[in-house]
Design a binder for this molecule. Structure first.
Ligand code: C2O
Ligand code: CU
Ligand code: CU
Length: 417
């Protein structure tokens, strides 16, 4: 049964005060603490029990972004815990190593609660990968979130004013303003999460050095992909291996496309041995059968501000938009519709599954999009085909991961049976 040898976690949504700016106290939310949350770690095959506790003064839910759990355990907007309530969920982990995350999903309140600090990482581990895996030493989480503060040093959240998503002028890395990282002179793994409400990042190093992307949202790519930049829309993840022996001085900085410093890194002098990264990391493929399969579900993303829709509809919690059979692969077509206003980029996310990109505008996806994904970010006018299979049953959300768009109804639901 699901309780056999189960690993047990308790995750509490809490509120508290955090000092970000000059020692001033800012009201924040966190999991098992004042801001952000712990890294929850699991392995394939493991039975997991999680005690969920809502210590906030408002409704929340606990959603496991990227985890292939039954719909009932997925923490969508139907699974509300009211202030003070508790619940226990149980499931078996059925997917390979990946960097996932968790956050709340209550109707119309997701964006605000994430902005206030409800974000945690969830790793699915695999000890046999021979990748750098010493947490905090050569395996480092990097959660990117931009924030805006009021004159009273409080998080400045206003859904109506920021209907296309809250962005801010202050960047937090793992909840810290202006952090400084020190690393060993060797190969180090960075697990980067765009945990921002709406901002896109295009990251690179200021010395323009190459690094290797080894994983995307849902786990390892087939082969390490050599690149100098990485683009992440809200909710997307990338794992990269950075060879710090290539840094000639002792300093290098991860920067954003706009030239903003994201993370200054100090590289220690002494050169240390590195793990050899395998060239064969995974064996994913999109078969010819899937490539030739007819599209059976069409998703049209459209609009801006309060006018965002999916298939011309706003979310209705009492309406099931699609159904799909468990374990049946279907090809979905996702289109970001260009309208008279031009439109905007929308990162489209599906709960409870990791999909594969079959094509973008009729072409094979680039190497960084060839792994498992739970979010695909499309420019206006772009069209993608994705192969989607659900391993578990239940009701799952799909939506734009600009959180204010999701809260504004740019969401639908599918029942897997
Ligand atoms: Cu991060 Cu509905 O998801
Ligand atoms: Cu999700
Ligand atoms: Cu959107």
């Amino acid at each position: 049964s699901l309780t056999d040898n189960a690993v047990v976690y308790t995750i509490k949504a809490q509120q508290g005060k955090t000092k970000f700016l000059n020692g001033f106290e800012t009201e924040t939310y966190g999991y098992n603490g004042r801001f952000l949350g712990p890294v929850v770690r699991m392995e394939k095959g493991m039975n997991v029990t999680i005690h969920l506790v809502n210590e906030l003064k408002e409704d929340t839910t606990f959603h496991w972004h990227g985890l292939e759990v039954p719909g009932n355990e997925d923490g969508g907007p139907h699974k509300v815990l009211k202030a003070g309530e508790k619940e226990t969920i149980q499931f078996n982990v059925k997917q390979d190593a990946a960097t996932l995350w968790f956050h709340p999903h209550p109707m119309h309140q997701t964006a605000k609660q994430v902005f206030k600090g409800l974000t945690g990482l969830l790793y699915i581990d695999d000890k046999n990968l021979n990748l750098p895996d010493r947490y905090g030493v050569d395996d480092l989480p990097i959660i990117l979130q931009d924030k805006k503060f009021t004159d009273e040093n409080q998080l400045d959240y206003d859904q109506v004013m920021n209907a296309d998503g809250t962005t801010g002028d202050i960047l937090l890395i793992n909840g810290v303003i202006d952090p400084k990282l020190t690393v060993d002179r060797k190969k180090v793994r960075l697990r980067i999460l765009n945990g921002s409400n709406a901002r896109n990042y295009i990251l690179r190093f200021n010395n323009d050095m190459e690094f290797q992307q080894i994983a995307s949202d849902g786990g390892l790519l087939n082969r390490p992909y050599n690149t100098k930049t990485i683009q992440l829309s809200p909710s997307e993840r990338a794992e990269i291996i950075v060879d710090f022996t290539k840094v000639k001085t002792n300093e290098v900085t991860l920067i954003n496309e706009d030239g903003v410093n994201v993370l200054p890194i100090h590289v220690k002098e002494e050169k240390l041995p590195s793990k050899q990264i395998k060239q064969n990391l995974n064996q994913l493929q999109v078969s010819d059968e899937i490539k030739n399969k007819k599209v059976t579900k069409k998703i049209k993303l459209a609009g801006m501000m309060q006018h965002v829709t999916i298939n011309n509809k706003k979310f209705d919690p009492n309406r099931i938009d699609f159904t799909q059979k468990q374990n049946k692969m279907e090809v979905w077509e996702i289109e970001n519709v260009k309208d008279a206003m031009g439109g905007m980029r929308h990162p489209f996310h599906i709960h409870g599954t990791q999909f594969q990109v079959v094509s973008i505008d009729g072409k094979e996806p680039p190497a960084n999009l060839s792994g498992l994904k739970d979010t695909i970010s499309l420019e206006p006018g772009q069209k993608a085909k994705i192969a989607v299979k659900f391993k578990r049953k239940g009701i799952y959300m799909y939506h734009c991961h600009i959180l204010e768009h999701e809260d504004n109804g740019m969401m639908g639901q599918i029942e897997v049976n």
